[in-house]
Design a protein around this ligand. Structure first.
Ligand code: GDP
Length: 591
């Protein structure tokens, strides 16, 4: 067996919580490959590093293995700031052929990492978990670049026990999240069991094992996906849309099939019409020795998959992160435009008449977010890819419904002018890189807002209240009348108008006193002194009268429709009594 020419390099992405070691792992793989000799030198791409098979087998200390592999190497996507690898697509499904999920063995899993695992599973992307930072285990005796088992066997008994304990905590956590896993060397069926590899990204221990497992997965599960046609038209996925000084808007892409040349016509996915443009330059990063050259990039005339490159071309402004790029000829242009259009349309992003506004970093992550919001019945007015801009804030601030004057951003930033604008609007912003956190935060906020608005409503709405003027309790006849009353239902408050049993407004409650103290309200059962502006005792009101708080019709509706459940039994009695009076003449009052 030997490397097959018609197989492209498998694309590998590394995911994990911040600080768990993504950058260090990639640095280690890169670094060791650089020193591993001319023939197998690694190549730095835009957004990716290619490690040839020779360099991998050298690193594993067994060049004799070279013949066993058919793939030309591994292409690591190496923009660790990019959280959404999992949601990047290619024609065949996920863009990444393989994934490494990294977890700090001393800290365990974080929500974002668990979410990545679920997405990988959903997309059927083969992956391994690496339990990183084993060198931090107390008493660890580092063995630079050694395979894991060799290193493990050199540790003292208690260090081994300590590692085993931490390692099984990781296995246990995976189990609790529904993933069956074991140490990689004990896994017979990688399709049903996740292999977990203990490593140190700093000392390099376990990294040979990781590379071997990745190659094994690639050979076993991917061969059929990796066939490509080097001479065919280039096809790729946009990693990022970036402004570059002197170049304008550029796109960084991973080309996963065919060839892309300077001057090619390309079709690029967009949320509007697919963009048709001509490649002005195909750019690769300069290597270290060329660092003095002023331009960061060097032009090449053509590239072949799999590779990460930057493209400069006119009209790339609406290019979609996560969308596709396809080379077209005059003959195929129409079909290719249709293909790209239908790829974007195939992403299920249904929006509603009204609802919240969402933004995500790629079209794939936008789809994931939409799906989760739909499950929760949260309506979406607009779904878009990109950072949160001033325009987004202005648009959303014009929405009247406060529950929809909301932007939910997944894996995106807020641009500085938008941040400024946000302060002067009532727009509510949620940002996170874990979908379920975003949804939980939004739901909690809604609950809070509802409770708050119920509270404000119930504070401003005039509540039902019914009382009687007690006999021999007229302290003053008028201006204002001061009488002793007993509350017989609900609550009465100052400043509220009162009506008699005929429904005639007879005055306004001016003050209430209980045991000589001014109070602002009195509840059922209380006996208080009430001063009433307007009536004279003996004329409009009399001792023994039953009087009611005069509820305006609008308030009565809110009470019946929105606050009914929060009313107590005596409030309901007072309400019924009052409605009976009002509906005597007009059965439809407050209906
Ligand atoms: P990222 O945010 O996932 O890219 O994490 P980094 O690679 O930047 O690592 C975060 C910190 O952990 C850095 O200070 C690294 O030096 C350290 N680190 C990463 N891997 C290891 C490891 O295997 N052992 C030790 N001791 N430190 C590590």
């Amino acid at each position: 067996m030997a490397v097959k020419d018609d197989l492209r390099t498998p694309i590998v992405c590394v995911m994990g919580h911040v600080d768990h070691g993504k950058t260090s792992l990639l640095d280690n793989i890169r670094g060791s490959a650089v020193v591993s000799g001319e023939a197998g030198a690694i190549t730095q791409h835009i957004g990716a590093t290619e490690v040839p098979i020779r360099s991998i087998v050298d690193k594993c200390g067994n060049p004799g293995l070279l013949d066993q592999f058919v793939v030309p190497g591994l292409l690591f996507i190496d923009t660790p700031g990019h959280h959404a690898f999992t949601t990047l697509r290619s024609r065949g499904g996920a863009l990444a052929d393989l994934a490494i999920v990294i977890v700090d063995i001393n800290e365990g899993f974080k929500p974002q990492t668990i979410e990545s695992l679920h997405i990988l599973k959903q997309h059927k992307t083969p992956f391994v978990v690496v339990a990183n930072k084993i060198d931090k285990i107390h008493g660890w005796n580092p063995q630079k670049d050694s395979p894991f088992m060799a290193s493990y066997n050199k540790q003292s008994e208690h260090v081994r026990t300590s590692l085993d304990n931490k390692f099984y905590e990781v296995i246990g956590e995976l189990y609790n999240h529904g993933f069956s896993s074991d140490r990689y060397d004990r896994v017979a069926d990688f399709q049903h069991n996740i292999g977990v590899i203990p490593i140190s990204a700093i000392t390099g221990e376990g990294i040979p094992d990781l590379l071997m497992v990745l190659l094994g997965l690639a050979q076993r599960f991917l061969e059929s996906n990796l066939h490509y046609d080097a001479t065919g038209p280039g096809v790729g996925t946009v990693l990022e849309v970036k402004e570059e000084r002197g170049l304008g808007t550029t796109i960084d892409l991973i080309l996963y099939d065919g060839t892309l040349k300077k001057g090619d016509t390309i079709v690029v996915g967009s949320l509007d019409e697919p963009i048709q443009t001509k490649v002005r330059a195909v750019l690769k990063p300069r290597v270290l020795s060329e660092i003095n050259v002023e331009d960061k990039f060097k032009q090449v005339s053509k590239v072949t998959a799999a590779i990460g490159v930057k493209i400069s071309a006119p009209n790339l402004d609406g290019a979609l992160s996560g969308g596709s790029v396809r080379v077209a000829t005059p003959e195929t242009l129409e079909t290719v435009v249709e293909e790209v259009r239908s790829e974007v349309e195939a992403v299920q992003i249904d929006t509603d008449q009204s609802g919240i506004t969402i933004k995500a970093d790629t079209i794939g992550s936008l789809e994931a977010l939409v799906n989760e919001l739909k499950k929760e019945d949260i309506p979406i007015r607009k779904a878009d890819v990109g950072d949160i801009s001033n325009r987004d804030i202005v648009e959303v601030s014009a929405i009247e419904d406060p529950f929809h004057s909301v932007i939910v951003g997944f894996n995106v930033n807020i641009l500085p002018d938008a941040k400024e604008k946000l302060r002067s609007t009532g727009v509510k912003l949620f940002m996170n890189d874990v979908i379920y956190r975003l949804i939980d935060d939004y739901k909690d906020w809604i609950k809070e807002q509802r409770a708050l608005s119920e509270k404000t409503i119930s504070e401003t709405i005039i509540k039902p209240g019914m009382f009687t003027i007690m006999p021999d309790c007229t302290f003053r006849q008028s201006k204002p009348a001061v009488v002793g009353v007993r509350i017989i239902g609900g609550v009465v408050k100052t400043k509220v108008d009162i009506t008699n049993e005929d429904g005639t407004v007879v005055g306004t409650i001016k003050g209430l006193q209980s045991r000589g103290e001014n109070v602002s309200e009195a509840r059922t059962g209380m006996e208080v002194a009430m001063s009433i502006e307007g009536p004279t005792v003996g004329r409009q009101i009399h001792e023994g009268d039953i009087l009611h708080a005069n509820i305006p019709e609008r308030h009565a509706k809110v009470l019946e429709h929105e606050l009914y459940d929060s009313l107590s039994a005596d409030e309901l009695d007072a309400m019924d009594a009052f409605l009976e009076i009002k509906r005597r003449d007009n059965p439809f009052w407050a209906k």
